[in-house]
Ligand binder design. Structure first.
Ligand code: TPP
Length: 355
């Protein structure tokens, strides 16, 4: 009896605009000048938000913060592909997704200052709060997507997580369930090469994270996560598939975290300057700028104006965040359980926090 090959798989890798700003015209989705500018301007706004968050942390005005520098194309290219009706389940590193969805920036600053009310997502946003536990949001998104399918809604759910998150049991449970039940969910892995100090090479022995989808019976694709157009296109296609009953997709955004893991980390302890510098040359804005300039859609004055507008917006959002009355300290105790335990009641009383 000859040994037969009964399964093989292939993994596509997509890049549309390369580091030099050269585009593969055949792959370019039909995007207008306005849509390119929307990518560019949203990346600048998210970057301005991020830059100020890092400064505020150093000044002691917010707490520990997880930077998005380098990952803006993965976050913004995907977030801008979704419809308002789709539900997004972000991790703690998705401030760019929140900015792209138009989430109030002052609330993001409140959240990072330790005020949970900053993640009390207003009704009009189909966004879940950032998940700080690694990977727990993955089965949440699968469950929500399955509910959408059972209700017959033409909607999708999307979940963001890192390469580290792909090693969690939640990842496997979420993908397995989604594959079996053809849930309309898009798994967006931001492979930024590091999970704090654990390199991608120690995260999995697989050549790509995208190929893991094959084991669950659906498609996985790798995209250049620093190419906003490639991320947008791959996400749009996954959304169309989800809407039309085709089930889930895993998108591995191949990108890089240019900053430390968080403001509490020192990445120079575990990675080389050369590595970081080589990725700086591949960061998302440079190639977009060159491409748009070639098209006649970019000028120095245009970018200066966008930068100024972003600074002014972020400044006024910080003022608003810092003018907001602080939360009641009793809230720390009051909302852990539906009902207070006797010990919590005693705690509140002893501190004079009874309300
Ligand atoms: C369940 C759980 N275990 C451990 C941690 C501590 N922790 C915070 S971030 C992180 C690494 C996450 O790496 P990755 O998923 O690649 O995301 P990235 O930080 O690179 O965006 C760990 C282990 C946590 N928050 N939750």
């Amino acid at each position: 009896m000859p040994i037969k090959t009964i399964a093989t798989f292939e993994v596509k890798s997509i890049q549309i605009i390369n580091e030099k700003g050269e585009a593969d015209e055949g792959l370019l989705p039909p995007l207008s000048e306005g849509e390119f500018k929307r990518f560019f301007e949203t990346i600048i706004l998210a970057r301005t938000f991020n830059h100020r968050a890092l400064s505020l942390q150093r000044e002691g005005r917010i707490g520990t913060y997880a930077s998005i520098w380098g990952q803006e194309a993965s976050q913004i290219g995907s977030a801008l592909a979704f419809g308002d009706g789709d539900w997004l389940f972000p991790s703690f590193r998705e401030s760019g997704v929140f900015v792209a969805r138009g989430y109030p920036i002052w609330m993001l600053y409140r959240y990072w200052a330790g005020d949970e009310r900053g993640m009390q997502v207003p009704e009009e946003f189909n966004l879940f709060p950032m998940s700080v536990p690694v990977g727990t949001q993955i089965p949440h998104a699968t469950g929500a997507a399955w509910a959408m399918k059972l209700k017959g809604d033409r909607k999708a759910a999307a979940v963001y997580f890192g390469d580290g998150g792909s090693s969690k049991g939640d990842f496997h449970e979420g993908l397995n369930f989604a594959g079996v039940f053809k849930a309309p969910v898009i798994f967006l892995c931001q492979n930024n090469q590091w999970a704090i100090s654990v390199p991608r090479s120690r995260q999995t022995a697989a050549e790509t994270i995208a190929q893991k989808a094959a084991a669950y019976g659906f498609e996985g694709v790798q995209v250049d996560g620093n190419d906003v157009v490639a991320v947008y296109k791959a996400t749009k296609e996954a959304i169309q598939k989800a809407y039309s009953g085709g089930g889930p997709t895993l998108i591995e955004c191949f990108t890089y975290r240019l900053d430390d893991h968080t403001t509490a980390d020192d990445s120079s302890r575990y990675r080389s300057d050369e590595e970081v510098e080589s990725w700086k040359a591949k960061e998302p804005l440079i190639r977009l700028r060159i491409y748009m300039e070639k098209k006649g859609w970019w000028s120095k004055e245009y970018e200066e104006g966008i930068n100024r507008g972003a600074q002014e917006k972020v400044d006024s959002e910080i003022k608003k965040a810092e003018a907001y009355a602080p939360p009641d300290p009793a809230d720390i105790i009051k909302y852990t359980y539906a009902e207070l335990t006797p010990r919590q009641r005693r705690d509140l009383k002893e501190r004079g926090w009874q309300s």
